[in-house]
Design a protein around this ligand. Structure first.
Ligand SMILES: C[S@@+](CC[C@H](N)C(=O)[O-])C[C@H]1O[C@@H](n2cnc3c(N)ncnc32)[C@H](O)[C@@H]1O
Length: 193
């Protein structure tokens, strides 16, 4: 086995499970789940959702188009092929939606168990993603995302949390950190003292 494969199989799979995934697992255990990942790229994180959660349906929203992110048309097409390959053993559980998140929202049901936001990281897009997808969660659903260390992401997340009286949970695990809101969970005022 090559070093890269060994690293992926024995290290990444076991230890590089993002905070949002851990929180979703804690909240729902082995309950069958319907969720969304906004921004799937090569499917690495989506595969971990499928591997560690009991996924009934995972919507994978990514236009795979060069106009919305850094990369060439060819590199996006290769990412799509790679994602299809790494998710091939879950093909009955995942649904690719090759659209921008704002255009995909009409195809996605309400009462979602979780939403993971990792698409366009600029402020306007993250803000719109939260505004469009948070209302689609069920009563104990979880919304989270990647790269809270990115100032635009943090700006949009903090602003939404403050405006809607929601608690932001986050991990401090580098290299990149996740943020999470649990539907309706308010900040714990005692912790501010
Ligand atoms: C950081 S990558 C996602 C990585 C993936 N979540 C992972 O951790 O394995 C960002 C992806 O978001 C996609 N993207 C950019 N803007 C988007 C938008 N408005 N809606 C949906 N996806 C978007 C890009 O095409 C790119 O593939």
């Amino acid at each position: 086995m090559k070093l890269g494969q060994m690293f992926e199989k024995y290290y990444l799979d076991k230890y590089y499970i993002r905070y949002s995934l851990r929180e979703i697992k804690k909240q729902f255990g082995d309950t069958p789940l319907v969720g969304v990942e906004i921004g799937t790229r090569d499917g690495s994180n989506a595969r971990l959702f499928c591997k560690h959660l009991n996924i009934k349906c995972l919507y994978l929203v990514d236009p795979y188009d060069a106009y919305c992110d850094v990369g060439s048309v060819k590199s996006f097409h290769n990412s799509f092929l790679h994602a299809k390959k790494v998710l091939s053993s879950y093909s009955n559980k995942v649904r690719f939606i090759k659209r921008l998140s704002e255009d995909a929202v009409e195809l996605i049901p309400n009462n979602l168990d979780f939403v993971y936001i990792d698409g366009n990281h600029s402020y306007d897009f993250v803000k719109k993603d939260i505004e469009l997808y948070y209302p689609k969660l069920n009563a104990n659903g979880i919304i989270g995302g990647h790269d809270f260390n990115c100032p635009d992401v943090a700006h949009a997340v903090i602003e939404y949390a403050v405006a809607n009286d929601l608690n932001i949970e986050r991990s401090f695990c580098l290299p990149r950190i996740d943020w999470v809101f649990k539907s309706g969970v308010k900040p714990n005022e005692d912790r501010a003292i």
